[in-house]
Design a protein around this ligand. Structure first.
Ligand SMILES: [Zn+2]
Length: 349
C-alpha cells in the first residue's frame, strides 16, 4: 500500500443481488442445529475514474442469484431447495437500474430514466467464483467483459472435484468469447502445488487477442505480485487503486478484491473466504459435516487452504489496524448489510 503523489481512488457501492438461507450447522462451529439465517448474496459496483487517456470504467463484482431460478440446472435446483427461502428480487441488474430502495425506483422511473443500464454501462464483470449464488444472470451484461480466476471456465465444464461435480455448474454460464481468466497463480510448493496440480485441478483457458484487447491497457502487464502479506495480488488498473487477491481454498479460481477508496481508506471484498463475520473475528470456526462418503467436509473445496486464506486476511487486518482504515465486507455479510443500508447504490462506501 505505497503512497503515490496522485493516487487514484475507486468508488464502491453495494448492490442487492438476492438473498439465500444458510443453515448454521453447515457454515459455523459451534452452531445452533436449528438455526437458519437469511443472508444477502451481495454484488458491488466499482467505478474507476479513468484519466486523460481513458474513460470511467464500471465494474460489477459478483452477480448474486439468478432472478429466474429455472435458469439453474436440475442438480443446482435440488441444492437450492436446501437454501430456501431464496429471494430473487431485486437482482443485480434491477439494483443497478433503480438503486437500493423503492423510493429511488419510483423517483428514477418518474424522471423517465434509470441509474445504470447493465447491458450498456457495465464494462467489466469480475466474479469471485462461480457458485450458483454468485453467477447471477450474465446475459444482462451483454457488453461487458467477464474476468474470472484461472481455471474457472474449466470448472464450469468439468466441475471441481467430488464436492462440486460438473452437474452443479452450467458450462455456458459465462459468454466464452467475452471471458478472460486472470493469469495462472504460481505455485508456492507444498499444499499449494497439490491444490493447483492435483487430480481435478482445472486447466487455465487462454483468451483470444480480441477479448484481451477489451480489457484496460494495464492488463498487458498483469502478473501476480506479493502485496501486504498476500503472496499473490494483481494490480488491476496498474495504478494501485484496485487489486485482485488470489484467495485459494473455497473453490478453484476464488478471488477477492482490495480497493483504495480515499486517502488511507481501503475496502476488502472477501467473497466467500468465509460466510459469517464471526469466523473472521475468531468467535466461530468453520463447520465440518458429513460428506456422505464416510468423511468430513466443509463448504470449502479445500478446508486447509481456505483456513490459510482466512489467516492471511486476519493478519492483514491486524497489521493495518493502526495505520489504515480497512473495511472488510463478505459476500453473505448479513450483519454488514443491516448496518449499511445507506451505502447501497446510489449510495457508496
Ligand atoms: Zn461459494
Amino acid at each position: 500500500m505505497q503512497r503515490s503523489l496522485n493516487p487514484v481512488y475507486v468508488t464502491i457501492s453495494a448492490l442487492e443481488a438476492g438473498q439465500i438461507t444458510l443453515p448454521e450447522p453447515f457454515f459455523v462451529a459451534p452452531a445452533d442445529p436449528e438455526k437458519r439465517t437469511l443472508v444477502p448474496s451481495l454484488s458491488f459496483l466499482i467505478r474507476h475514474p479513468g484519466n486523460n487517456s481513458s474513460e470511467i470504467t464500471r465494474i460489477v463484482f459478483d452477480l448474486g442469484v439468478k432472478r429466474d431460478l429455472t435458469g439453474y440446472k436440475p442438480a443446482q435446483q435440488a441444492h437450492i431447495a436446501n437454501r430456501q427461502p431464496v429471494i430473487v428480487e431485486p437482482d443485480c441488474a434491477s439494483s443497478l437500474r433503480w438503486g437500493a430502495n423503492k423510493t429511488d425506483e419510483e423517483n428514477v422511473k418518474a424522471e423517465g430514466g434509470q441509474l445504470l443500464d447493465p447491458s450498456k454501462d457495465i464494462n467489466i464483470v469480475i466474479l469471485s467464483h462461480v457458485h450458483w449464488d454468485h453467477v447471477g444472470t450474465s446475459s444482462d451484461f451483454s457488453s461487458a467483459v467477464f474476468a474470472v480466476g484461472s481455471g474457472t471456465l474449466n470448472v464450469l465444464k468439468n466441475g471441481a472435484g467430488p464436492l462440486y461435480p460438473a452437474d452443479m455448474f452450467n458450462d455456458d454460464e459465462l459468454p466464452a468469447s467475452r471471458t478472460v481468466e486472470f493469469p495462472p497463480v504460481p505455485s508456492l510448493g507444498g499444499e499449494r502445488s497439490e491444490y493447483d496440480t492435483g487430480p481435478g485441478a482445472p486447466e487455465h483457458t487462454p483468451a483470444s487477442a480480441d477479448t484481451l484487447a477489451r480489457l484496460p491497457a494495464s492488463s498487458k502487464e498483469w502478473s501476480w505480485q506479493p502485496l501486504a502479506g498476500f503472496p499473490h495480488a494483481l494490480d488491476f488498473f496498474g495504478d494501485g487503486s484496485l487489486y485482485v487477491i488470489d484467495s485459494p481454498g473455497h473453490i478453484y479460481g476464488h478471488v477477492n478484491l482490495f480497493a483504495r477508496i480515499a486517502e488511507n481508506k481501503y475496502v476488502y471484498l472477501g467473497g466467500d473466504c468465509c460466510h459469517d463475520r464471526r469466523i473472521l473475528s475468531g468467535e466461530k470456526g468453520i463447520a465440518m459435516y458429513d460428506d456422505g462418503k464416510g468423511g468430513l467436509r466443509s463448504v470449502h473445496m479445500h478446508t486447509e487452504m481456505a483456513k490459510g486464506t482466512l489467516a492471511r486476511i486476519g493478519e492483514f487486518l491486524k497489521h493495518t489496524r493502526n495505520t489504515a482504515d480497512v473495511e472488510i465486507v463478505l459476500a453473505h455479510d448479513v450483519y454488514w448489510r443491516e448496518q449499511n443500508r445507506h451505502r447501497f447504490w446510489p449510495g457508496k462506501l
